[in-house]
Ligand binder design. Structure first.
Ligand code: IPE
Ligand code: IPE
Ligand code: MG
Length: 256
């Protein structure tokens, strides 16, 4: 049954119909903090890495659903600059996932015209992780569909610090004057340079924080949180988040 807003609601028999977002107001850029893999596994009495492996299936579901909705950019927070603090076994496993994911999915991503990108600090990443990502980036670089942007060894504080260093170098070299630094120069000096800011930021796993993710870029993003763990995420949740996004009034500090 449709409600007054035109969203599908729970049917009388208890089964849930998926909210179908309005195709005229699809967010261009959706960013997701994919959290809760470990807790999902623990709930089932399984090792954390099983949670990460099942998280990969949710990545596939989210990608297909984002493509179906006509979202332009899907950024997925896969590994933060702080996640190196975890036990080595877990870090090693996480670093092997891009390879595993792409071995399974790259052909289909190519077929679906998806363009794979990566944003993060590559210096610390193992060679096998980088080469798997580079192959995917290279083989999809001319694709014109959904941009699937993996945030891997990404952290906003470091991203902003590196941008500031670069601008300081430009000042030192006499290329610009300090007064000439603009917000746009900072925005384009970040790892997202060239991409629109996220319209919608989703975090699974129940935590209500950003964990060093896109702090500059999310200044006016709409936020959507769910207690579901990342391996439980799929089309229904993405559609629900986008439907909720479409109910929001974005004022950017002005009046509606
Ligand atoms: C998200 O799940 C994946 C990464 C941060 C790499 P977690 O591994 O953080 O799972 P929880 O939050 O411990 O449940
Ligand atoms: C955020 O999750 C990072 C990723 C999803 C990659 P964390 O699990 O690392 O965040 P905290 O530690 O709960 O803030
Ligand atoms: Mg977590």
């Amino acid at each position: 049954m449709k409600n007054v807003f035109g969203f599908w609601r729970k049917k009388g028999n208890g089964s849930v119909s998926v909210s179908v977002p309005d195709s005229d107001n699809i967010p261009k850029h959706v960013a997701i903090i994919m959290d809760g893999n470990g807790r999902w596994a623990r709930k089932l009495g399984l090792p954390r890495i099983v949670g990460h492996r099942n998280g990969m299936k949710a990545v596939k579901r989210a990608t297909i659903a984002a493509d179906e909705l006509g979202i332009s950019v899907l950024t997925l927070y896969a590994f933060s600059t702080e996640n190196w603090k975890r036990p080595k076994d877990e870090v090693d496993f996480l670093m092997s996932l891009p390879q595993e994911f792409l071995a399974l999915e790259l052909e289909e991503l190519i077929q679906k015209n998806v363009q794979v990108r990566m944003m993060g600090h590559t210096e610390e990443l193992p060679e096998h992780t980088i080469s798997a990502m580079e192959e995917a980036i290279e083989r999809t670089k001319n694709n014109t569909g959904l941009i699937l942007n993996f945030a891997l060894n990404y952290g906003s504080h470091r991203e902003i610090t590196e941008c500031v260093k670069e601008l300081a170098r430009d000042v030192k070299d006499g290329k610009i004057q300090p007064e000439e630094i603009t917000q746009d120069m900072i925005g384009s000096g970040l790892l997202t340079g060239g991409l629109p800011d996220p319209d919608l930021l989703i975090r699974t796993g129940g935590e209500l924080r950003l964990s060093n993710f896109m702090l500059w870029q999310t200044a006016y993003s709409e936020l959507w949180f769910t207690d579901l763990y990342w391996p439980e995420f799929g089309r229904e949740q993405l559609f629900a988040a986008v439907t909720e996004y479409q109910r929001r009034t974005r004022r950017y500090g002005g009046l509606s």
